[in-house]
Design a protein around this ligand. Structure first.
Ligand code: PMP
Ligand code: GLN
Length: 382
């Protein structure tokens, strides 16, 4: 009973992680590191936890963290946003995605999403009474066909959800994508929800093209990110939304009744760490590119095929030369028999006729020494 983008069924991430535990498999399915966050960050959080910083913070997040996000956005993307009126701390990116969608989508509104689409978007749109318009992307490079987007725009189009770097494919938007989006925005009145949770994990010298860089796009955007990805602490569930004051006000109208706010000691610890260690996020591309390359080196000589991931900590592998089994079935049988869990890609497509049938996603946010030894051992069956 896997969720396929409607309201109901169980998210693939719970299904595969549950199976991995049940069968004692190496879990490269759900995306999370097998190493801890940086020690100075853990120390700062520990400090606040044990020094009386355990009551409600402001609804929008603590000042120091909002200002740290403001400064980062200025440094990296050249955007001057107001830390008081344009930055809101959320309970993970997931809550921010919910609040942004709930802030603007009303019954009958249309929301454009690109398949394979991260699985929390469509159910939230449906809960609002909105309708997702799915534009399928094709392997191996999953480039957006902007002519198709133009053709799908209508009077009811309220929102376009752009996820770059893209989960699950690892594709990233380039200058041509931004140019095409800007052209559409000149003539159509939609909002943009930019899911940029992997903003700091972009490879091969490419730049992350945040919506914050482009004033004409930013003025209609909710830009969402996650500290969980950046600081190797997915279990903390702290993220944020940067949006112009009018959109942030609408966002906060929802956020105040969904979560109200996010735990104090983690916010304060993150703020200190962001100020003291900007090198952490600047080194992430290198850090994860080495892990990607190591993983791909392990697969050299196998019958798998792939296109190297351009961003995120996920790599797609095509097993089509080895098996005709459907990805959902193969992901399950590999978990049970090979003790190796991954994520099937077809579940992220609304139209199964458009879905690639032999792609699995592997998370390479793992400690190479301990993890890849096991992984390679499992995969040498091929
Ligand atoms: N969007 C995408 C594309 C993701 O991969 C994730 C990570 N699970 C999220 C949103 C949610 O992030 P968080 O864990 O901070 O809620
Ligand atoms: N974003 C993570 C992934 O893609 C999982 C998030 C979740 O478990 N909901 O694997």
């Amino acid at each position: 009973n896997i969720n396929r983008g409607d309201v109901g069924g169980t998210t693939i991430f719970s299904v595969m992680s549950g199976l991995a535990v049940q069968h004692n498999a190496l879990n490269l399915s759900q995306g999370f590191p097998d190493f801890d966050g940086p020690a100075p960050l853990l120390e700062r959080v520990q400090y606040y936890l044990t020094h009386g910083f355990n009551q409600y913070p402001p609804m929008t997040g603590v000042d120091s963290l909002r200002y740290a996000v403001r400064d980062k956005v200025a440094d990296l993307y050249g955007a001057q946003v107001d830390g008081d009126t344009e930055v809101t701390i959320s309970a993970g990116a997931t809550e921010a995605l919910f609040c942004a969608i709930a802030a603007v989508v009303r019954a009958g509104d249309e929301v454009i999403v690109f398949d394979p689409a991260y699985d929390s978007y469509a159910p939230v749109v449906a809960l609002q009474g909105g309708k997702t318009i799915h534009i399928p992307l094709s392997a191996p490079d999953f480039k957006i066909d902007w002519n198709q987007v133009a053709a799908k725009l209508s009077d009811r189009t309220r929102l376009i959800i752009v996820n770059t770097p893209h989960n699950p494919t690892g594709a990233v938007c380039g200058e041509a994508d931004i140019a095409a989006l800007r052209t559409l925005a000149e003539h159509h009145d939609f909002y943009i929800l930019a899911d940029e949770v992997y903003e700091h994990i972009v490879f091969d010298g490419q730049a992350h093209l945040s919506m914050c860089r482009y004033p004409d796009l930013y003025e209609r955007s909710f830009v969402v990110s996650s500290f969980g990805k950046t600081y190797h602490v997915t279990g903390w569930k702290v993220g944020y939304c940067v949006a112009p004051p009018d959109l942030s006000a609408e966002f906060r109208r929802i956020h105040q009744f969904v979560n109200f706010t996010v735990n104090t000691p983690v916010q304060l610890g993150l703020a200190d760490f962001l100020h003291a260690h900007p090198e952490h996020h600047l080194q992430l591309p290198d850090f994860y590119q080495r892990k990607r390359d190591y993983f791909l080196t392990q697969l050299q000589g196998s019958k798998f095929t792939w296109q190297a991931s351009a961003g995120t900590y996920f790599q797609l592998i095509d097993y089509g030369a080895l098996s005709a089994e459907l990805d959902v079935d193969l992901a399950k049988s590999w978990t049970e028999q090979l003790k190796l869990a991954s994520i099937p890609i077809s579940v992220f497509y609304q139209d199964q006729n458009c879905a690639p049938k032999s792609l699995l996603r592997f998370c390479f946010a793992k400690d190479t020494e301990t993890c890849w030894h096991d992984c390679a051992a499992n995969l040498t069956v091929f």
